[in-house]
Design a protein around this ligand. Sequence first.
Ligand SMILES: [Zn+2]
Length: 71
Amino acid sequence: MNCQQVFDRLSAYMDGELSASDRSAFEGHVASCTRCSQFGEEFVAVVLALRGVARPRPPESLLDRLRLPDD
Ligand SMILES: [Zn+2]
């Protein structure tokens, strides 16, 4: 998976619509790609939070942008 594919799948990933293999490729890319990491610590924080790896809550502005349910 390349950076463009990650961006294209971001919303699907957030909605849990990716297949297991796509999700694995997505997470693997974000974890290893400098460019995607630099896309924003916000982005990485959301990904990690969704995986239950990180405790910090993403900023509200990002939640709004990604339309995540606010629980
Ligand atoms: Zn990338």
